[in-house]
Design a protein around this ligand. Structure first.
Ligand code: HEC
Length: 89
């Protein structure tokens, strides 16, 4: 947990060209998309912190919030994103 959480929190950024394509597709929604992203980042850090502190209940709580943050962004953005970049599914 302690080692894995930062992999989510500090995940690598996509290459610039890809980033620009995403930003242009998102347009006015980019702020919201970024907000979801930083929420996930914060929760992943919380998981790492709780794990480091040996706080089992804290890890579970933070992990639950982390999963909720994944879900929140998917619910809002994943469908149009996949349709646009990968063709309708
Ligand atoms: C800021 C928005 C956002 C957040 C936060 C986010 N995702 Fe996603 N995710 C997406 C989008 C958009 C896609 C679809 C695009 C793609 O597949 O490349 C996706 C696709 C995926 C896929 C691929 C699914 C498939 O059908 O191939 C997985 C797995 C995934 N996300 C896991 C996660 C997990 C786990 C988290 C939380 C730790 C997370 N995501 C947080 C936006 C987000």
């Amino acid at each position: 947990m302690e080692k894995t959480a930062p992999l989510i929190a500090d995940h690598p950024q996509p290459p610039l060209a890809e980033k620009l394509r995403i930003i242009s597709f998102m347009g006015g929604d980019m702020g919201k998309f970024k907000a979801h992203d930083s929420e996930t980042h914060a929760q992943a850090q919380a998981v790492g912190k709780a794990a480091k502190a040996g706080d089992g209940a804290g890890v579970i709580l933070a992990f639950q919030k982390l999963q909720t943050s994944c879900y929140d962004c998917h619910r809002e953005f994943r469908k149009p994103f996949v349709a646009h970049f990968y063709g309708a599914r």
